[in-house]
Write a protein that binds this ligand. Structure first.
Ligand code: SER
Length: 586
């Protein structure tokens, strides 16, 4: 069964069970400052898990493009991936444990035809925060899972939360037994030896972990599930690694043909990082030195180094991108239109890196010589940082170069210097600030409403062409990108501020209505990213002033939002301006 077939069967199955299929959100989240990339299917749904009403109802299913980079330097082994697709189904206060487990069981055994003896499941063992989940175990047993294949583990294994704070709960995970010999008499699904492979995770999301680490009951009991598509394809096809499936095999084969100095780990790194880079760029990512741009930079640079290592002519990158797009276009049709941009961005970044690679390599060799004379076995963080800052060497590149020479690296020291260098800690990990996922507090909600007011005010002052191009909200400020050919004058900015504050003062009521996309358009609502909407949408009106299609949430009344103040206006890219603004509370 191909990955695409698995995806289609999944969506079909949950559709038959009353779920609405919603489109994949972009890899780069809109309006969610807490993460760099979408790392799970539940990300775009956080407001709804917290109780916000979803326009498509209480049963949803989708496939979601995800990127996780915590294990970026493990890529090259036989299992780690950065980009992957997560299939998911959700109950937003609808069904709970019993129905969720029954559906998972049916899908695995009847649709995918996995023999029941190959499935093991794990349940939450219980602790001071939540009880032992006997209920889940009983339901599995009733479905037909062998009693011996049901395990209980603690929070480390059977509790799910994204980040430090947010919706969470006990989960039950499903494992596929590959049939390998157990690594020890105690071998079980929590073991990493490769006998058991996790295939699906159903989270029974009924708690909210707050800032103080306390668990509160959520307004509603939700189910959030995630099934890793690449892994499932690998198992069902009886392959050893995801690289042996149709998702990667043609690229791996091509790289093998082209390599004059073949090694499998480099080929995997090239195939994996190239696919991730393509997906990130297609969703709007661009290389830079901070945040998600830095992750993309690392992916492209590491890929470039390994192409070099394989002895493959770097001018063949364009051909490799074509091959990738050819291979993925049925699953991600958006790649077809973005082909030229993808190529330009990757090739430009590769060229930048190549310019410094040689000098950086010399600098690196010097550092190795020095370390040898000093009888050290480690490349220190200072050297790593210099290689990063002056020659653009991502830390994992330096680490690999060092390891090839039998040296280790001091990553902690590098991280410390890197953090000091950037205003805020923005490297590596996707979770950007302690608040965890989708910090829907009073402040961010007010900024969300202010964004709509600003959008409308800009159109009044500058003209209808001033359309939203991007938006980002933190607890400290809003940032808004919009199309406009030249600098916005001081007078224009003052007028925009005045209009926004006038609306806030009027204490306008914010009203949310649900309708079809067509009805929304006909009602004159501004739509921003049409392809992302499902067939039912929410439209937020702020008095008679503004009307936008939007997921929410928003304030109920504008008064009390504070005084709106524009802090900065600057160019964002060609033909796009950027405003940063704050709300000052009296
Ligand atoms: N949120 C859970 C996960 O990422 C289930 O979707 O595994």
């Amino acid at each position: 069964m191909t990955a695409l077939e698995i995806r289609n069967k999944y969506l079909e199955f949950f559709k038959e069970h009353g779920h609405k299929v919603i489109p994949s959100a972009p890899l780069i989240p809109e309006n969610d400052p807490s993460v760099l990339f979408t790392t799970a299917g539940m990300h775009p749904l956080v407001p709804y898990l917290l109780g916000e009403k979803h326009p498509q109802g209480t049963r949803l299913t989708d496939y979601q493009k995800c990127l996780r980079t915590v294990d970026i330097d493990e890529v090259g082994d036989n299992r780690h991936l950065t980009f992957f697709e997560m299939l998911g189904n959700w109950s937003l206060g609808d069904y709970f444990k019993e129905e969720s487990i029954k559906m998972s069981y049916e899908f695995l055994t009847k649709v995918l035809n996995i023999p029941v003896e190959k499935i093991s499941v794990t349940c939450f063992a219980g602790d001071k925060d939540a009880p032992r989940d006997e209920e889940t175990a009983k339901i599995w047993e009733k479905c037909g899972i062998f009693k011996n294949n049901i395990y209980f583990f603690g929070k480390d294994d059977n509790w799910w939360i994204a980040g430090e704070e947010g919706p969470c709960g006990p989960d039950t995970e499903m494992f596929y037994d590959t049939g390998k010999e157990p690594c020890s008499p105690n071998c079980n699904p929590s073991c990493n030896c490769g006998k058991y492979v996790e295939i699906w995770n159903n989270v029974f999301m009924q708690y909210y972990k707050n800032k103080d680490g306390k668990y509160e009951q959520l307004k509603q009991k939700n189910v959030d599930t995630g099934l890793g598509l690449e892994r499932m394809a690998m198992l069902l096809q009886g392959k050893e690694t995801p690289y042996d499936t149709e998702l990667f095999a043609p690229i791996m084969q091509k790289l093998k043909e082209l390599a004059t100095n073949d090694n499998i780990s480099s080929r995997r790194i090239v195939a994996e990082h190239l696919r991730s880079s393509i997906m990130v760029i297609s969703d709007g990512g661009r290389p830079s030195n901070i945040d998600r741009g830095y992750i993309l930079r690392r992916l492209i640079r590491r890929m470039t180094r390994h192409l070099n290592k394989l002895g493959i002519n770097l001018n063949l990158i364009s051909e490799l991108i074509d091959l990738n797009i050819e291979n993925l276009k049925e699953m991600y049709p958006e790649l077809i239109n973005n082909r030229e941009t993808i190529k330009n961005v990757i090739i430009e970044e590769k060229n930048k890196f190549m310019k410094t690679l040689e000098h950086g390599q010399k600098e690196f060799n010097k550092a190795v010589e020095k370390a040898k004379t000093e009888n050290k076995t480690e490349i220190d963080g200072q050297t790593m940082f210099k290689l990063y800052e002056t020659y653009g060497f991502p830390p994992e590149v330096t680490k690999e170069l060092a390891e090839e020479q039998g040296f280790s690296v001091n990553l902690e020291e590098f991280d410390k210097l890197f953090k000091e260098h950037q205003e805020k800690s923005r490297q590596g990990s996707e979770v950007k600030f302690k608040g965890g996922l989708a910090d829907q507090n009073e402040q961010t909600i007010a900024y969300h409403t202010a964004t709509h007011l600003l959008h409308k005010a800009l159109q009044i002052v500058l003209g209808d062409h001033a359309k939203q191009k991007g938006s980002n909200i933190t607890t400290e400020r809003l940032r808004f990108d919009f199309s406009h050919p030249q600098k916005v004058t001081k007078e224009e900015l003052e007028e925009v501020e005045r209009i926004v504050n006038e609306q806030i003062q009027k204490d306008l009521k914010v009203v949310c209505e649900e309708m079809t996309l067509e009805e929304a358009k006909a009602s004159g609502a501004t739509g921003l990213f049409e392809d992302k909407y499902g067939d039912k949408v929410k439209v937020y009106s702020i008095g008679d002033f503004s009307k936008e299609i939007c997921g929410g949430p928003h304030v109920e009344h504008t008064k009390g939002m504070g005084t709106f103040k524009i802090k900065k206006e600057e160019a964002s890219s060609a033909g796009v301006r950027r405003i940063k603004a704050v709300l000052i509370k009296e």
